[in-house]
Ligand binder design. Structure first.
Ligand code: CA
Length: 235
């Protein structure tokens, strides 16, 4: 019976809040794993696949922000709903800039919380076998996130680790403009000020692989003066 339930990871150190959330999420039919620290969360994620992380910001040890940042740097695309006691605009921006997909300030309305969870799962198009198959598709392209093999309009290719890392950054932040500096830093670990043509060459290569017409990119777009944007369903 449990195999059809959607597995969620809850990272919350305050027992009474955790208890309330677990109760309500289980009521909704989700399968909850609860941990109390960022370290435990990262460890748990190496053992099992989850559809979504509900991540408290203020945790003992490493913070929710650090957990978020670490996962995104590793290219993990798992949806993250960040919870925090602080509701300032700056906190929200910091959380979202570290890769959280949504953000809720405590105390929050339980109904709204459950709607946000459902909304994130819907956006991630989560299906029971989605995480097991580890496939990412857009247009006529399908990429196996484990073997790094891609099937495209132009044939089958084996992606390098760097290509894969850049693709995951794009997929993970679909629709968002990624600056050159951000991409350089996340893919090559360079200082954002580093001048290099390698990034542009990389994007040219990704277009050759995945665009039907590489010179008229639909998916990997240049946003003049700002960076690049990956978009699944162009107008
Ligand atoms: Ca806390």
């Amino acid at each position: 019976m449990n195999k059809n339930k959607i597995p969620l990871l809850l990272v919350e150190d305050e027992p009474h809040i955790a208890q309330g959330l677990i109760f309500n999420l289980e009521e909704e039919g989700y399968l909850i794993t609860h941990v109390e620290s960022g370290e435990q969360a990262l460890e748990q994620l190496t053992k099992k696949s989850y559809a979504l992380i509900i991540l408290d910001l203020a945790l003992p040890g490493i913070s929710g922000l650090e957990v978020c940042e670490q996962l995104r740097t590793q290219g993990d695309q798992i949806p993250i709903l960040m919870l925090t006691a602080r509701g300032t605009e700056q906190d929200r921006i910091t959380g979202l800039s570290k890769g959280a997909d949504d953000y809720l300030a405590k105390p929050f309305n339980l109904k709204e919380f459950l709607l946000r969870v459902a909304g994130l799962l819907r956006r991630a198009n989560w299906q029971p076998n989605h995480l097991e198959s580890k496939l990412y598709s857009f247009g006529n392209n399908q990429i196996n996130l484990e073997t790094h093999q891609a099937t495209t309009t132009h044939g089958t290719i084996q992606l390098t680790d760097l290509e894969m890392r850049m693709l995951l950054l794009f997929f993970n932040q679909e629709g968002k403009i990624l600056s050159r500096g951000e991409l350089l830093k996340q893919v090559w670990g360079m200082s954002p000020k580093t001048e290099t043509r390698s990034l542009d060459n990389f994007v040219v290569r990704l277009r050759k692989y995945f665009e039907v017409e590489p010179t008229k990119p639909r998916y990997f777009r240049t946003i003049r003066g700002r960076g690049y944007r990956f978009i699944q369903a162009p107008e």
